[in-house]
Design a protein around this ligand. Structure first.
Ligand code: PXL
Length: 276
C-alpha cells in the first residue's frame, strides 16, 4: 500500500456526519496521512437542522499556509469540499501551487448544491469563483446540480444519455482533467457514476436506494480520493467508492432517528478490504 500525505480543506460540522468528520476517518482508513484545514466550524450541517452556528475561518487560512510553507510542508494531494467563503476559493487556488509535492493531485468536490438548488450559504459569486477553481483541478467530483451551476446547463430531473454527454463535455471544457459526475441514473432501480477522461467516458452503474441521504457526497468523494491515491484508476476508484457508499446507506436506512448522515464507520472494514 502506498502512504500519501493528503490535505483536505472543508468545514467541521460538529454534528452531522459530513465534511471533515467523514473525510478524516475515511482517508485515514484508506491508509493515508490526513492533514486538515477547516474552512469553518458549524454546530451542525445546514441540510435539515435549523439555527446552526457558523464560524468562518477564512482569516486564519493565510497564516496557517504561511507557516506550512516556512516549515517546507508539502502535500501529495489536496482535496477540497465545502468551503467557508468565496475568498477561500482564492486561497485554495494558491495552495495548489505553493503546497504541492512532486506528482501532486488536486481533487475538487464543488460541494455547493444538490437537488437543483444551491446550499443556503452560497450565491452566484461563490459559483463563479468555484468555476475558476475547477478549471485548474486534476479531478472534479460534481453531482448533476453542481455540474449545471458550473457550466450554465439547464438542470433537469429526467434526462437521457445525450444530456449527460453534453454536461461531461461542458465540464471538461472548463479545464478540469478528469470528471467524476455522480448520481447519474438512466433507470428506475439503478444509478451510477460517469467517469470522463481524455474525451472518453465510462459508466459505473450500481443499485439505487430510494432514500435521499445526507453527507453521502462527502463519503463518496473521500473514499474516491483514498482509493485513487492508493493507485487505483479513476474508474476503479469510482466503483469502489460507489459500492462503499451504497453499503453505508444500506447500513443506515432502517434507522429513522439517523436522518442527518450515514453510519459509515461500521462499513470501513469493507472499504479497507477493497484496497488490500
Ligand atoms: O455534505 C455537504 C455539506 C458540508 N458541510 C456543510 C453542509 C453540507 C451540506 O448541506 O451544510 C456545512
Amino acid at each position: 500500500m502506498s502512504y500519501k500525505k493528503i490535505l483536505t480543506v472543508q468545514d467541521i460540522s460538529c454534528v452531522g456526519q459530513c465534511s471533515l468528520t467523514v473525510a478524516l476517518p475515511i482517508l485515514s482508513a484508506t491508509g493515508h496521512e490526513t492533514c486538515i484545514l477547516p474552512s469553518a466550524v458549524l454546530s451542525t450541517h445546514t441540510a435539515g437542522f435549523t439555527g446552526f452556528t457558523v464560524r468562518d475561518l477564512t482569516e486564519d487560512m493565510p497564516g496557517i499556509c504561511a507557516h506550512w510553507q516556512k516549515e517546507k510542508i508539502r502535500f501529495d494531494a489536496i482535496y477540497t469540499g465545502y468551503l467557508g467563503s468565496t475568498q477561500q476559493i482564492g486561497y485554495v487556488k494558491d495552495m495548489l501551487t505553493t503546497l504541492n509535492a512532486p506528482e501532486f493531485v488536486s481533487f475538487i468536490d464543488p460541494a455547493m448544491a444538490d437537488n437543483g438548488k444551491l446550499y443556503p450559504a452560497f450565491d452566484n459569486e461563490y459559483v463563479d469563483a468555484m468555476k475558476t477553481l475547477i478549471a485548474v483541478a486534476d479531478v472534479i467530483l460534481p453531482n448533476i446540480t453542481e455540474a449545471c451551476f458550473l457550466t450554465g446547463a439547464e438542470y433537469r430531473e429526467s434526462y437521457d444519455e445525450a444530456y449527460i454527454d453534453d454536461l461531461l463535455k461542458r465540464l471538461a471544457a472548463t479545464g478540469a482533467k478528469t470528471v467524476i459526475l455522480t448520481g447519474v441514473s438512466f433507470k428506475e432501480d439503478t444509478t451510477g457514476v460517469m467517469v470522463y477522461e481524455n474525451g472518453t467516458k465510462s459508466y459505473y452503474e450500481h443499485r439505487k436506494i430510494s432514500k435521499n441521504s445526507h453527507g453521502t457526497g462527502d463519503v463518496y468523494a473521500s473514499a474516491f480520493v483514498g482509493a485513487f491515491m492508493q493507485g487505483k484508476s479513476a474508474y476503479d476508484a469510482a466503483g469502489i467508492a460507489a459500492e462503499y457508499t451504497v453499503r453505508c446507506i444500506e447500513n443506515t436506512i432502517d434507522d429513522e432517528t439517523h436522518w442527518y448522515g450515514v453510519k459509515f464507520e461500521p462499513v470501513l472494514p469493507y472499504l479497507i478490504g477493497e484496497l488490500a
